[in-house]
Ligand binder design. Sequence first.
Ligand code: GUN
Ligand code: ZN
Length: 430
Amino acid sequence: MAQKTLLKGRVLSFNGSPFEGEPTDATNIHEAVLIEEGHVAALGLGSVLSDAHPDAVVKDYGNHLIMAGFVDPHVHYPQTAMIASWGKRLIDWLNSYTFPEEMKFGDFEYAAEIADRYLNLTAAHGTTTMCSFCTIHPESVDAFFASAQARGQRVVAGKTCMDRNAPQGLRDTAQTGYDQSKALLEKWHGVERISYAITPRFSPTSTPDQLEAMGALWAEHPDCLMQTHLSEQTDEIEWVRSLFPAARDYLDTYEQFGLLGGNGLYGHVIHLENRERDRLREVDAALIHCPTSNTFIGSGLFDMNGLIHEGHRVGLATDTGGGSSFSMLRTMAAAYEVGQLRGHPLHPSQLLWLGTVGSAQSLRMDDCIGNIAVGKEADLVVLNLASTPAIAQREASADDLWEAVFPTIMMGDDRAVADVWIGGRVVSGR
Ligand code: GUN
Ligand code: ZN
């Protein structure tokens, strides 16, 4: 008979979007969740589920918050070892820190070591799914997927294609970018919990020929996600304008090559023109907010409130290692701070929703991950809401769950992560 596990605690489930109506109306708190065959089998009262499933192994988490594992829809796992590099803005940061590190990933052994390190660190921080850029090297993709597959983890990644404005040794061509991406896609896409994302880095590092080849590959595999960067820094936008003088705007450098679509993920999207906003919404593209990165690299303040209320799909991401943390809690805190600077403080339920359901929606995976609901895959994080003395003393005087969880969002880190479950099995990240 299948192993059943009953987790008791405060189980958070979303029944809708906290951006529509009262933020707290979109949530339900249950006493227990039953896991069976890697999926959520039931939610409800602890005593009712215990009586109905006397054969279940019970794990009682007391007052801890049990919620869906965090989903991080824009990361660069190869930047793990150079996170928190000082003092540069985007283009200099790429040339000084990022590209030299990414050069190392032609070596499978090194790529495998960093993939393991990255997946250990992120599991310890409660992240169960991510969508990662790799490097131009097919080895970097094989290493990441092999490591995730061994963990039974749902991940998305792709070979980062660049055929100009990158150093020797970190450039492919339009043809090899296409051929290698296609071979990796055919090898990995749909294998167990693995998905392939077609990945042109951003238009400054791809020739029109390469963007066209990426667009052709996406047209052959429209079910795949496509990820890239858009409108992150004003200097970058000027550079794009000089490289593509005929383009209407930055988005047009993707759109004209078939790289605008509903399965597209566009990272940063800070300095958008009205036409770009309209087109992104018309095609129902995913916009990915990377707040620790946007403040760390000095890029700007994402318009969360405006974009959500215009009807955009928005995910929340670390952008490791342009982002300054592996933690989705820290990332939610930064989203809160950016919201404050724009005059729209986000409610804790909105922050938790963005880092789970919202991000899963951006990956078009909300049917299977990002929430605790019957039938979803059992990827969960268990949060201790009193993980440090500073957090505990504030949590002690909280009047409700939202006041209790907010100090952990603002001040929590991997110490707040009591346990992580992936595919119905507990993993120890730390
Ligand atoms: N734009 C192009 N490449 C990158 C990258 O690696 N990180 C960030 N933050 N922006 C980019
Ligand atoms: Zn990025």
